[in-house]
Design a protein around this ligand. Structure first.
Ligand SMILES: CC(C)(COP(=O)(O)OP(=O)(O)OC[C@H]1O[C@@H](n2cnc3c(N)ncnc32)[C@H](O)[C@@H]1OP(=O)(O)O)[C@@H](O)C(=O)NCCC(=O)NCCS
Length: 162
């Protein structure tokens, strides 16, 4: 496939971010979580609640018709109520691409756009959590993320602005 473009995520894009959040939670085709279960998860739902809040930033990838095919964004959580990548004071990135659009550069393009936004907004670091076995980790390593801590199922990765 070809013919996608990247645009800023705005206040009308909560649904597109929600779809990407569900994709991100369901990276493992052998362990699919029902959409309602992902959205009912008290931690995961906080990544999109009341989008956009002050300080949030992100992008969408859209196809030739303008329909969303993926999203990437960051949100800063309070230190006493962190997300999955609990690095105090560091915003967390979420990334998801619709299956038929994967492995065509969409994810990397969105990630780079959001990294630029985070730096422009004055964040010296960004973080994310990636479950073990997800090839997305290769993408993150190639974009300068390093693992700073791990739990039983996931690695927390951080990227410092260059
Ligand atoms: C992870 C994801 C966002 C990457 O987006 P994408 O558009 O598919 O990725 P890209 O085409 O930009 O590829 C970026 C890198 O990912 C890796 N990659 C992509 N597809 C891959 C595949 N099928 N197998 C192995 N590695 C792959 C490669 O390292 C690739 O770099 P390369 O092309 O230089 O080799 C997307 O596959 C996705 O939505 N997956 C499910 C949700 C998810 O895992 N989200 C992240 C949760 S932390």
């Amino acid at each position: 496939m070809s013919g996608y473009r990247i645009r800023d995520a705005g206040s009308g894009d909560a649904l597109a971010l929600t779809e990407a959040l569900v994709e991100a939670a369901n990276w493992d085709s052998d362990r699919q979580r029902p959409r309602v279960a992902v959205l009912a998860d008290p931690v995961r739902r906080r990544y999109i609640a009341s989008w956009p809040r002050p300080g949030d930033a992100g992008v969408l990838a859209v196809d030739g018709e303008g329909d969303p095919i993926g999203a990437c964004w960051y949100r800063l959580f309070p230190a006493d109520r962190p997300g999955l990548a609990a690095v105090p004071g560091v915003p967390e990135i979420t990334l998801g691409v619709r299956p038929v659009w994967r492995a065509q550069g969409v994810g990397r393009t969105m990630l780079r756009a959001v990294l630029e936004k985070s730096i422009a907004a004055g964040h010296p670091r960004v973080a994310l959590s990636v479950e073990r076995g997800n090839f997305a980790q290769r993408l993150y390593i190639s974009e300068g993320f390093v693992t700073v801590s791990s739990n039983d199922t996931a690695d927390i990765m951080v990227r410092a602005a260059r």
